[in-house]
Design a protein around this ligand. Structure first.
Ligand code: SAH
Ligand code: SF4
Length: 343
């Protein structure tokens, strides 16, 4: 079966022409898909024969809301969506002064096994298709009755471990065939799959790359992020410099502060020396304590100390605003408790 929502309009056009249908029908089909219909039978301006052809050969992906949590503090909404095969992922919608932003998932689970991460702890099931990434956004927009202007690939999964589907999603979502969100409004977060950072850089897309660094030395990073054993910090930073040169875009480094693990002044000093002179920004995040990890967030004074040490050396850093703290907005935790029979 063909996943029709993962196709570009010219591909749908080719499919129809190859099967004896008129070229202009593709425009009608695409406009129905953009309206968010769930079935081909709703496409009431296309001929019966075409409907039958589509029903027999294609399917329309959907993301059904299984759970929805709304933060009483800031209105952040967290969804647990299920797909056609029953697999579930999480997405989070946040409201900022400039509009709505959605954090979507790219895989069901994740293979990367970072020790502080709820998604990493629950293992990996499968990649998401481009249409399943689009459906998370469409379902949230429909449910909330708003237009989402910013997309962050920072939910469950490692986007660069599902490279082809993610790139197709990025190209689709930024085209008129789909939601038409500009690349500059999209951020992709990676744990550091180095060869794919080079590939992405060579595509020259104007999206923001966010790199989950979380440690200044290989010793500390390899302990919490197994990917570091495959691609160490110096290889990762080299790839980041390449990305910056190719795209002229500033990279954000994510740094989750964990008490006694990566939050000493010495860590900040080493981090500053490695990032000095780079077109980058450091986002400090208090680590979310996830059941079973044993990690606790840093004492509050550590954040300011980090900011001071980094900024003295010319590296800008801010503490990321925590949204939805009452609903465990960081991804992986809702699905985990759902699967364990919780919420
Ligand atoms: N796999 C990608 C994107 C998804 S994870 C990546 O790792 O970048 C999204 C972000 O959440 C990453 O920066 C990740 O390091 C961070 N994260 C995971 N678990 C966390 C936790 N317990 N507390 C704070 N940040 C966490
Ligand atoms: Fe995967 Fe990212 Fe979690 Fe690491 S932090 S396990 S890469 S989702």
């Amino acid at each position: 079966m063909i996943d029709i929502k993962s196709l570009f309009e010219n591909e749908i056009e080719k499919l129809l022409i190859d099967n004896g249908f008129q070229k202009f029908r593709s425009k009608q089909v695409v406009s129905w898909l953009k309206k968010g219909v769930d079935s081909f039978s709703e496409m009431n301006n296309i001929p019966k024969q075409l409907k039958e052809f589509l029903c027999e050969n294609c399917y329309i992906s959907s993301a059904k809301i299984e759970r929805k949590l709304v933060s009483a503090i800031d209105g952040t909404v967290k969804y647990l969506f299920s797909f056609n095969d029953g697999e579930c992922v999480e997405s989070v919608v946040m409201k900022y002064h400039h509009g709505y932003s959605i954090c979507i998932s790219t895989q069901v689970g994740c293979k990367m096994g970072c020790t502080f991460c709820a998604t990493g702890k629950s293992g990996y099931s499968r990649n998401l298709t481009p249409s399943e990434m689009i459906c998370q956004i469409e379902s949230a927009q429909k449910d909330l009755g708003v237009r989402i202007s910013n997309i962050v690939l920072m939910g469950m999964g490692e986007p660069l471990d599902n490279y082809d589907n993610v790139v197709r999603f990025l190209k689709l979502i930024s085209s008129e065939d789909s939601l038409n969100v500009g690349m500059r409004h999209i951020t992709l977060s990676t744990c550091g799959v180095v060869p794919k950072i080079y590939e992405l850089a060579d595509l020259g897309l104007q999206l923001t790359l966010s790199v989950s660094l979380h440690a200044p030395t290989d010793e500390v990073r390899s302990e919490t992020m197994p990917i570091n054993k495959a691609y160490n910090i110096s290889e990762l930073l080299k790839a980041c410099r390449y990305y910056i040169n190719k795209t002229n875009r500033r990279i954000s480094f994510e740094y989750a502060m964990i008490d006694g693990v990566n939050d000493t002044d010495e860590c900040a000093t080493i981090l500053a020396s490695k990032l000095k002179g780079m077109l980058c920004h450091v986002n400090l995040i208090p680590v979310n304590s996830v059941k079973g990890t044993g990690f606790v967030k840093s004492k509050i004074d550590r954040q300011q100390s980090f900011i001071d040490i980094l900024s003295k050396r010319g590296v800008t850093a801010t503490v990321r605003r925590t949204l939805g703290s009452d609903i465990n907005a960081s991804c992986g935790q809702l699905r985990r408790s759902y699967k364990e029979g919780g919420i």
